[in-house]
Design a protein around this ligand. Sequence first.
Ligand code: 2PG
Ligand code: MN
Ligand code: MN
Length: 530
Amino acid sequence: MDGVGEREEHYGNAVHLAWTPAMNWLKTHGLYTTLRAHGTAVGLPSDSDIGNSEVGHNALGAGRTFDQGAKLVNNAITSGRMFAGDTWREIVGQVRANDSTLHFLGLLSDGNVHSHEDHLYQMLAQAKQDGVRKVRIHVLFDGRDVGEKSAEIYVEHLEKVLTQLRSDSFDVQPASAGGRMRITMDRYEADWGMVERGWHLHVLGEGPRFPSLSAALQEFRKDSSLTDQYLPEFVIPDADGHPVGPIHDGDGVILFNFRGDRAMEISRAFCESDLPRIGRVRMPDVYFAGMMEYDGDLKIPNKYLVSPPQIDNTLSEYLIERKLRQYACSETQKFGHVTYFWNGNRTGYIDEAFEEYVQIPSDEGISFDQRPWMKASDITDATIQRMLSGSFDFGRINYANGDMVGHTGDLEASVIAVQTVDWMLRKLIHAAQQSNTILLITADHGNCDEMFDGKQDGWEQWESLSAKLSPKTAHTLSPVPLYLYDPAGHSRYQLRQEGTLTLANIANTALNLLGLESRELYQPSLITMV
Ligand SMILES: O=C(O)[C@@H](CO)OP(=O)(O)O
Ligand SMILES: [Mn+2]
Ligand SMILES: [Mn+2]
C-alpha cells in the first residue's frame, strides 16, 4: 500500500476519512502492529527525513538497512572524498582544458528524497575553487518532497549562493527550469515525452523564455492552480536573446540527483548514442556524471561521483537459491519499486526461471487525482489468478494509489484511493482463504495519511474549505501498518513487541512464514513461534 501511513490524528487523514472495512477486519482477524518507515531507522541521515519508496523497498527486499544516497553523498562531501575522486577531477579537468561550461542539472530543494540543495552549493563552491570559469544550472522545481508552492524559498537560497560566488573569473547562472513532473524526471519509461521536453530545454536551449527564475515564478503564481511539480518549462536568455546555457561538445554535465529511478532516463539520453525513444536533434559529446551510479548492473551512468550502497544478499536471491518461485507485480508507476528497488537497485530478473514480473501499464498523461483507482483492479486480478493457480511461493505487489494520489494534494481523491486499496484487500483476503495464502500487508512510507500542511481551523469542513486549506503533497513521518493474515489461523505464532520494528524486519518474517529459518544477516523476524 504505497504511501499509506498509520497516523493517529484524524486531521487531514485520508486513511481515517476513508471507509475501510477490510483494514478494520484485518485488525481483529489478523495480527497487527506498526513499523518505522522514515529517518535513521531506514538509513536516512536524520529522523526529520521522510521515508520514500527507494529506502522503503530496499529495506523490505534486503532485510536490513543501508546508509542511503542522502547520507552517502553527505559523507563523501564532508570528508572531501568526492572532490578528491577521479570523476570530479576528470570532469573539472576536461572543462578547464576545453575552457568549456560545467552544467549542473537536478531537483532544487532540501527534500532529501532525490537530492539536496546543499550538495549543489558545495559543488559550486568547489568548482570555483578548482578553477572552473563558467557554470550553468538547470533547475527542476520540486513541490512533491517539500511544500507544494515552495520554489521561491529554494530559488532565493540559490540566488544568494550565486551572488556570493560570482566574480570576474567565475560566471555562474541558472539556464533552464521546469517542474519535475513536466520535464526530465520521468521514471520506469512511463512517459519519455517528459525527458524529451527536458532535453530540448537543457541541451538545445529551446523553449519559452523568462529573464530569471524569480520572474518566471512571479508570472506562474498568477495561476493559483499551478503547483511547483507542474510548473511550465522555460529557458533564460542573455541580453541578445540567446539561451545562456545550451549544452555543447566538450562541456561537463553533473546530474546532482542521487536517487536512481527518476535519474535513469535522462542519464541514458546523455550517454546512449542509440535511443529511439526520444528525438534529441543533436547529442553533444559531453563528460556526463551522475551523483551516483543509478543502476549497478546496467552501469547507468558510466561515471558517477559517489558509490551507491552495496545492497547484497537480497531476499530474492536467497529464495532463488532455495528454488522458490517468485512473483512481482505493479503498475508502471511503481513497477520498478517491486523489482529494481526491491532487488537492491538492480533492474531485471535475477533468474527468470524462478521469477515472473508483471507490469500493468499505468494511465498516461493524466493527474492521478482524476483516476484515483488507478490500475489497482488489474493488479488484483493478475495476482488472484496466480494465487488460485498456485504459480508462486512468494509474491510482492504494490498498489500505487495512496502515494500517487496523495502527491496530488487532493484529499477527496485520496480518500477514494484508500477505499480502492481497501476494496482490493477484501478481494485478496477472499482469494487467500481459497488458496491458503498468507498475506503480509504494509506500506513503504506514509503520504495520504496527512493531506494538509500545518493545522488549520475548521478543517473538518474540508469539502467546502478546500480552497483555504493548504495541501500537503509530500510523504509523511508516520509509521506504517503491518497486517499479517494467515487463513490457517495465528495460534502458532505471535508478533514480537519489543525493540524498534522497521520495514527491515519483514524479510525474515516472510522466511519464517515460508517455513524457513531466519537469516542471521537480516533484522529479526516480526514473529516468534509459540
Ligand atoms: O514520486 C517520487 O519520486 C517520490 C517522491 O519524490 O515518491 P516515491 O518515493 O513514493 O516514489
Ligand atoms: Mn512509495
Ligand atoms: Mn511518493
